[in-house]
Design a protein. Structure first.
Length: 584
């Protein structure tokens, strides 16, 4: 890789080159030190030969920044000049798949790879973004074992490939890409399937495939494969069909192929390795069935109510938390409101400045803040910085966080009126300035450092019902140890995903750490969308959690085949193990 293709510095010296990371087609990715953030980042440089190519690449950056996807690097900055478009993103420490392909992988490894990457694609494709070059060079395995696809682009991005650059090997490009007939979401599925097949079998996929299945990884017949092998075999067969119309219609459909049962004929479908909690539930079911059978044979079933003591719920050592289905007095999380507001502001990056404009295509300074606040929180603010300075709650400079409105006097800019920006929580803010438009500026630099006037916090009402509704919408999604996407998650990963998707809050991916996050609640304070915790479910201590839905129910993830389920907090088992609730 030619390091000289990477400029030594970018953006007036803010980014200093460390070295190249990867390249392909019209793009090259380098590692840079971001002096404003004080950390290393990855900067993707796309050389676009036409204005439309630069515009599309920059639009990709805006979309990614405004719609963060699981297992995709966070976008920090984006800008363009007359030749190239630049995208600064979080540097993911990981190993490219091409460095891990020396020996074939296990079936479980391949399924984990597909679930992670398909989960990310399921978030990107509806935005009009395809990857276009999925392969061993553009998928990283991070230190935590998750797989990260890097460098996606717009579906209509048609930037040219400069001479001397190296495109992704054609063995993993879809037939329509090799024949220059365009790239679609189904092209991504083919490339991912080809990559997975090569990692699984050690060889490239056959040029043509039928639905009867692929070759087994170790030369076994299809009938001799285990259930997981046959399930993967069937999924890859569909993803690698030569005709795009014969492949799954979407990444989500491909995920469903991995989740569908693949049993041998005559095999009882419930016989799976349930794990600790599933074993407990199944064990109890068989005990109850056996006891009822004995009572029936002894003729004692009609007398059962007289033989059992009356049940008094007050006899349990804990009370049932009171959960309201549609709370009207639940204060919205400050972090949730701030995350939504800052995300809405970032989505407008690159849009032009126009005096008096308040979106959606052009903005003046207070117009951007008013538009982002209404879009994300449903709150209508005045269209002047002076009026916005009376909204919300005043806070000290040291309390500025994500989504805080930050104010400056007229002489801080060139427009002759007071200015306001939206904080990003990392020492930067999004602001609309004349003549350049919506951009990101560092608060630690002049003039912003020296002209700060004040800051105010805007908090939205009633995010609880929206979050609870999202938590209840994933029933049946599978359990996957260490997972944090709808393709497969554990209990903490499920809570992490829902909170991040709805509120912007990023929780730790561990039950015990989530138990230390936010505000502890008394049993009578629990509301819909709060996190409920349980102890001694798997081992010792607080080791399981879920999200309260209202009317005494909660959504959570079990290791049983059911995966994501809804249970009642009045169930004796969960009531006995209930350990408390917290509100992030």
């Amino acid at each position: 890789m030619d390091a000289e293709r990477l400029p030594r510095t970018l953006k007036a010296g803010r980014y200093r080159r460390i070295g190249p990371l990867r390249q392909g087609g019209a793009a090259i990715v380098g590692e840079y030190h971001d002096d404003a953030r004080g950390e290393h980042v990855a900067v993707r440089i796309v050389t676009a030969t036409t204005p439309s190519g630069r515009r599309d690449a920059y639009r990709t950056a805006r979309l990614l920044a405004g719609h963060p996807a699981p297992l995709m690097p966070a976008i920090h900055d984006g800008w363009a000049d007359d030749r190239s478009t630049y995208l600064a993103m979080a540097l993911v420490e990981g190993t490219p798949l091409e460095a891990l392909a020396a020996t074939p992988w296990s079936t479980g490894d391949i399924i984990a790879l597909l679930r992670d990457v398909l989960g990310s694609l399921a978030q990107l494709h509806p935005l009009g973004i395809v990857h276009g070059a999925i392969g061993p060079r553009t998928i990283l395995r991070a230190a935590d074992g998750h797989y990260w696809p890097t460098d996606p682009r717009l579906a209509d991005d048609t930037v040219a490939t400069p001479a001397g650059t190296t495109a992704e090997p054609t063995a993993r490009a879809s037939p329509e890409q090799r024949e220059e007939q365009g790239t679609t979401v189904r092209s991504d599925l083919y490339s991912l399937g080809a990559t997975a097949y090569r990692m699984w079998t050690g060889s490239a996929p056959p040029p043509t495939l039928a639905h009867r299945g692929l070759a087994a990884p170790v030369g076994a017949s299809h009938e001799a494969l285990g259930a997981a092998d046959r399930q993967l075999d069937a999924a890859l067969s569909r993803m690698l069909q030569p005709r795009p119309d014969d492949r799954p219609a979407s990444a989500r459909d491909a995920l469903q192929l991995l989740e569908a049962p693949a049993e041998r004929p005559g095999q009882f479908p419930g016989l799976r390795r349930w794990g600790t909690r599933g074993y407990r539930v199944g064990h109890r079911v068989w005990i109850i069935i056996g006891a009822v059978s004995i009572l029936i044979s002894a003729g004692l079933l009609p007398a059962l109510p007289r033989l059992l003591p009356s049940y008094d719920p007050r006899a349990w050592r804990r009370t049932v938390p009171t959960i309201e289905a549609s709370p009207t007095d639940r204060p919205s999380s400050v972090a949730a409101s701030g995350g939504r507001l800052s995300s809405a502001a970032v989505q407008q990056l690159g849009k032009p400045y126009r005096a008096g404009a308040s979106g959606p295509e052009m903005f003046d300074n207070p117009g951007l803040v008013a538009y982002a606040t209404h879009l994300s929180l449903g709150i209508t603010l005045p269209n002047t910085a002076a009026g916005q300075a009376q909204a919300g709650t005043p806070i000290d400079r040291g309390e500025i966080t994500t989504g805080t409105l930050i104010f400056f006097p007229p002489d801080a800019g060139s427009g002759g009126s007071a200015l306001v920006g939206v904080g990003l929580g990392d020492g930067r803010m999004v602001i609309a300035l004349a003549p350049g438009g919506v951009t990101i500026v560092p608060l630690g630099e002049s003039p912003w450092r020296d002209t700060y006037v004040g800051a105010r916090r805007i908090v939205a009402p009633h995010l609880g019902p929206e979050l609870a509704q999202a938590a209840a919408s994933y029933i049946g999604r599978p359990y996957a140890p260490g997972g944090a996407t709808p393709a497969g998650w554990d209990d903490a990963g499920f809570v992490l995903y829902i909170y991040r998707a709805v509120t912007g809050i990023v929780l730790p991916h561990a039950v015990n750490q989530q138990y230390a996050y936010g505000t502890a609640l008394a049993d009578n304070q629990v509301r819909a969308a709060d996190i409920v915790f349980f102890a001694d479910v798997v081992g010792a201590g607080v080791d399981h959690d879920g999200i309260a839905l209202g009317d005494g129910r909660f959504s959570h993830v079990l290791t049983t085949p059911g995966g994501t389920v809804v249970d009642s907090l009045t169930d004796p088992y969960w009531l006995q193990h209930y350990a408390g609730a917290r509100r992030p």
